[in-house]
Design a protein around this ligand. Structure first.
Ligand code: HEM
Length: 139
């Protein structure tokens, strides 16, 4: 089950990107079922990826799956609210490096490919996520 976290202010702004203003991308991702499959596959790939698996050990992956689905839904124009923490707080002191971010993006691309998300639609999501390296990667 999900573990409690320290209190924080809930806001869609915590998602770290502005959403697309229509639901075309949400539909290209096959809506709630598609995004759910992509997030499940992404988290499993990260756990099984020797490049980054250590970072996912002893973390609340129940919570991660839930809020990651919300975040993708929010950004893709699916009309969800994002209830998670902001990207800086969520990744603080994990020591995440650029190469870790690149590995995670590769895993997300694989998950989107398996879901048969059209390539252009994949790139629209990746373009929203890319600037988040500033909050996620530690120097
Ligand atoms: C654009 C890139 C990324 C996005 C959009 C993203 C998104 C998120 C979100 C929404 C959360 C949960 C926030 C919360 O609990 O309130 C989270 C947590 C987490 N992220 Fe990321 N993340 C990104 C990059 C990465 C990278 C590169 C890694 C490691 C390779 C990583 C590892 C983790 C881990 C282990 C947690 C769980 C933290 C915990 O349980 O407290 N993330 N991420």
């Amino acid at each position: 089950a999900e573990q409690p976290v320290a209190p924080y202010t809930q806001s869609d702004a915590n998602a770290g990107a502005t959403p697309f203003t229509n639901d075309r991308l949400w539909r290209a991702f096959h809506g709630e079922a598609g995004v759910s499959r992509i997030v499940e596959d992404l988290v499993a790939r990260n756990q099984n990826d020797p490049r980054i698996s250590d970072i996912f050990k002893n973390q609340d992956l129940v919570r991660l799956r839930r809020v990651l689905k919300e975040q993708f839904c929010y950004i893709l124009g699916g009309g969800c609210s994002y209830t998670g923490r902001d990207m800086r707080a969520a990744h603080k002191d994990m020591g995440i490096q650029r190469a870790d971010m690149a590995a995670l993006v590769e895993n997300l691309q694989a998950a989107m490919r398996v879901e048969r998300v059209p390539f252009a639609a994949q790139n629209h999501l990746l373009a929203k996520l890319a600037p988040m390296h500033r909050e996620v990667v530690e120097r």
